[in-house]
Design a protein around this ligand. Structure first.
Ligand code: SF4
Ligand code: SF4
Length: 375
């Protein structure tokens, strides 16, 4: 791999949930506040700014043009954006994403271009639309500096994809302290796979969609006791910042105040010491002290399911709901992670229960998933 990563700041600015002037309209971006956030970010040494074709219904990229591109020299920042080919109706539509992103952002090249949310049945769309060759060609033509993909699937799928596409310069993974040894997300194993293939990692979801910045009391108390001054988000970012192989940790910010907190963490960052690691372990234990479904994601149950139900996904999200006490958050993830095999497709044949080494009453748990996530 010959890609150069010089100048990429360790804490990235994720422009997925920018501040709004109208909370009911995701396109009503508060551009003056975004400018102030960008100024704070750049002034404190940040460079990596991450957006996507679809963020804010297509308005995140133009907002960054106004707040960043038109106000700073091109070499002052590193831009990442993404294509969701699986959401496109045709190859032409998928391959039109890059020129549209370039135009919206007002730049003539993208530093990091991602095929976004590869995995599951979505991978077939990237294949069908020839997106792997398309991005390689875009890199050849100088429209893109580095090509990679983001993925939420586990380590085996990541390994297969990096083996099939050895020209990828980087990969974007879901990594955080709660998912580190999670049997479905497998953050730790995914990091090992990336290292094996020699690709650096952009960390997404370091605060697990905001859940690790707004912990249930039993987890919050552990961290507050260890350091009453530190924000919950800062613990989550610090966990990721020193992991080997990490290029950038994406930090979403929806206000200037959040950006200031993020940048404080970045500027004052010290590696976690032994006591601090113990505090995070204590918070994880507290979050998991609720009754969790003992699914190990071994996958035996899904092999012969006649309906293709995404059993481990449903069980994992029930566990996430129990740990974070946030059903709406888990439901949002379920809406796309289980879309190919929702729990409601279960016909109660019990084949899966006979296969489960953990003796989990899967049919009952799937009924719970239907009630919690499909209502
Ligand atoms: S009980 Fe439901 S989930 Fe289990 S194998 Fe049968 S259809 Fe699939
Ligand atoms: S067989 Fe049991 S433990 Fe294995 S993935 Fe299925 S539900 Fe989880």
């Amino acid at each position: 791999m010959t890609a150069s990563y010089e100048g990429v700041g360790k804490l990235g600015f994720g422009a997925m949930r920018l501040p709004l002037t109208d909370p009911d309209d995701v396109t009503a971006i508060d551009i003056e506040q975004v400018k102030a956030m960008v100024d704070e970010f750049i002034a404190r040494g940040g460079t990596y700014v991450d957006t996507a074709f679809v963020y804010h219904n297509g308005c995140s990229e133009p907002a960054l043009r106004q707040a960043l591109v038109e106000r700073y020299p091109r070499e002052a920042f590193t831009l990442a954006t993404k294509c969701l080919a699986w959401a496109c109706a045709s190859k032409e539509e998928a391959q039109a994403c890059l020129p549209t992103s370039l135009e919206r952002l007002g730049v003539d090249y993208i530093d990091f271009y991602l095929l976004h949310n590869v995995g599951g049945a979505r991978t077939a769309k990237f294949d069908e639309y020839d997106m792997w060759n398309y991005v390689a060609d875009a890199k050849e033509r100088g429209l893109v500096r580095h090509i990679g993909f983001s993925i939420h699937d586990g380590a085996d799928v990541l390994d297969e994809l990096l083996t099939a596409h050895p020209n990828m310069d980087f990969v974007q993974l879901q990594v955080n302290y709660l998912d580190w040894d999670d049997p479905v997300t497998e953050s730790a194993r995914c990091m090992e796979v990336a290292a094996k293939h020699g690709v650096p990692v952009i960390v997404m979801e370091p605060v697990r969609g905001g859940r690790l910045a707004n912990l249930p009391e039993r987890g919050a108390a552990v961290l507050a006791e260890a350091d009453p001054e530190a924000s919950q988000a800062s613990w989550a970012y610090r966990f990721c910042l020193d992991l080997p192989g990490v290029l950038t940790v994406l930090a979403g910010a929806s206000s200037l105040e959040q950006m200031q907190d993020n940048m404080r963490t970045f500027q004052t960052h010290q590696p976690l010491n032994e006591q601090e690691r113990a505090a995070i372990d204590g918070a994880i234990a507290a979050l998991r002290s609720v009754d969790l479904i003992p699914c190990t994601n071994c996958g035996y149950c899904v092999k012969d399911c006649p309906e293709g139900v995404k059993i481990p996904v449903a069980l994992n999200l029930l566990n996430l709901e129990r740990q974070t006490e946030d059903r709406a958050f888990a439901k949002g993830l379920y809406s796309w992670q289980a879309a190919e095999g929702p729990a409601s497709k279960c016909v109660q044949c019990a084949t899966c229960e006979a296969m489960c080494p953990q003796s989990i009453p899967i049919i009952d748990r799937l009924a719970e998933a239907v009630e919690h996530f499909e209502g």
